[in-house]
Design a protein around this ligand. Structure first.
Ligand SMILES: [Zn+2]
Length: 459
């Protein structure tokens, strides 16, 4: 098929699009670190300025209790559907810094990849939307083929509370027929992929206290309770060696994927050994061996420990029995588990099993509902047709083990489905050092989104 003029425009401007993206990637908009608050704001303003420059309307940096949202729209396509385009401009902290081959906030091209924190998640993918709008606006006399609303947040990596509140409180300002979300991965290079399910999440911190002050193990060891030991005992009660979570009632609402979905997964180009070697890089894979790996990471809940702050962590030895220690523990949830119910089961179980001499305070950070989105609608069809034109391949439907809380909020409060069209690659190192974006996918993503919006407009 011949290329629409907007696609030709996008191809002619690839280099400029890429250098603009690099500018955005140089802003260290780390949402979790207070010292980067001004950078986060700067990234929001960068996005707003670029939306304004290409001709989007009602562009606004919306203040929130946390980091600002960026809103824009173009609503002059009378009688056409409205697409709500979502993305985020914040990134995770770049640690451990010494594992980066090039500085995380100095985008560097190597082997057709762009290395930088946030390159693919989500600045690069969010920016694809903006460049698709630009290509369409510049080649059609300032018009888009559909109505578009844009909502971009700066707190995705810290739980997205402000956007959730905004969506809950202003459904009329976000009225749309479908949400377009580009914050996911393709299953394999050159294989267009729609993500149709996300795990949910409950993130907690267990704060254990024992003695009233730090003690010396030579004088008190053998009599004083140790919060680290207590946490270790608790953690092994939460999950067994086979990956089974031992909290009573935890699995009661877990829905098995349909036989059709499982069958489709088993025909994906997936090699367990390759996955173990190149993506995980461990001696063996762990977890519930009675389930295939893809089902384990997409459709089974999990419980993980992320860090245990406290005590002595300097070089050498120090014989302290710390008065306090913590464990950061999260659970990934699957339909139909709910964060509230799981948090209650978890808290009750933890409090029932607190070791002698210790008290535990449980903090809850982010939560997200798990979701499986519907695929029998015109928007999914438009998206698979668009990607077929760009990649020359049929789209595969997968789930992601990650969480994008806003997708469930869009369904709950705006009553709209999401199309999760993502262009990351499995080895893009989403939250690890050396994050990258495969540059050809940046361009193919822009073309796919142009064609998607055109097809939604034609339907
Ligand atoms: Zn993301």
């Amino acid at each position: 098929m011949n290329s629409p003029t907007a696609v030709i425009y996008a191809r002619e401007n690839q280099q400029r699009f890429l250098s603009e993206l690099k500018e955005l990637l140089r802003i260290p908009s780390v949402s979790t670190l207070p010292e980067h608050k001004a950078d986060v704001l700067r990234a929001a303003e960068f996005v707003a300025t670029h939306l304004r420059n290409i001709g989007m309307e009602h562009v606004e940096v919306v203040p929130t209790a946390g980091h600002p949202l960026v809103y824009a729209d173009w609503l002059k396509a009378v009688g056409k559907p409205t697409v709500l385009c979502y993305g985020h401009y914040d990134v995770q902290p770049p640690d451990p810094l010494n594992e980066w081959h090039t500085p995380p906030f100095e985008p560097t091209e190597r082997n057709q990849n762009l290395y930088a924190r946030g390159a693919v998640d989500d600045k690069g993918q969010m920016y694809m939307h903006i460049k698709a709008f630009e290509s369409l606006l510049k080649t059609a006399g300032g018009k888009l083929p559909v109505n578009v609303r844009v909502l971009i947040e700066g707190e995705e990596e810290v739980g997205g509370e402000s956007i959730a509140k905004f969506v809950r409180e202003h459904p009329e300002r976000l009225k749309a027929d479908v949400a377009l979300v580009s914050d996911t991965e393709m299953f394999a290079p050159d294989l267009p992929t729609l993500c149709v399910g996300l795990r949910g999440m409950v993130y907690t911190e267990l704060e254990a206290s024992g003695a009233m002050t730090d003690l010396h193990s030579g004088m008190y060891g053998g009599a004083a309770p140790n919060p680290f030991e207590a946490l270790a005992r608790l953690i092994i009660k939460l999950k067994d060696e086979k990956g089974k979570i031992l909290i009573p009632g935890f699995y009661d609402r877990v829905e098995k994927p349909s036989p059709d979905e499982l069958k489709a997964w088993s025909s994906l180009p997936f090699d367990v050994e390759h996955f173990r070697k190149t993506e995980v890089g461990s001696k063996e894979l762990t977890g519930e061996s009675e389930f295939p790996v893809l089902e384990r990471i997409w459709a089974r809940p999990t419980l993980e420990v992320h860090g245990m702050p406290g005590g002595f962590i300097g070089a050498g030895g120090k014989t302290v029995i710390p008065a306090r220690a913590s464990a950061k523990v999260s659970m990934r949830l699957v339909p139909d588990q709910t964060p509230a119910e799981i948090f209650k089961l978890y808290s009750d179980f933890v409090q029932k099993n607190v070791p002698k001499g210790i008290s535990i305070n449980i903090k809850q950070f982010s939560v997200a509902d798990p979701i499986v989105v519907k695929t029998d609608n015109q928007f999914v069809q438009a998206s698979t047709a668009a990607m077929k034109e760009v990649f020359n391949q049929d789209t595969v439907f997968i789930r992601s083990g990650g969480s994008i809380p806003i997708v469930a909020d869009f369904e709950k409060h705006l009553k709209i489905p999401s199309v999760m069209m993502g262009f990351g690659l499995p080895d893009d190192n989403l939250h690890a050092p050396n994050k990258k974006f495969h540059i050809p996918n940046f361009y193919r993503g822009i073309e796919s989104i142009i064609r998607f919006l055109q097809k939604v407009g034609e339907a």
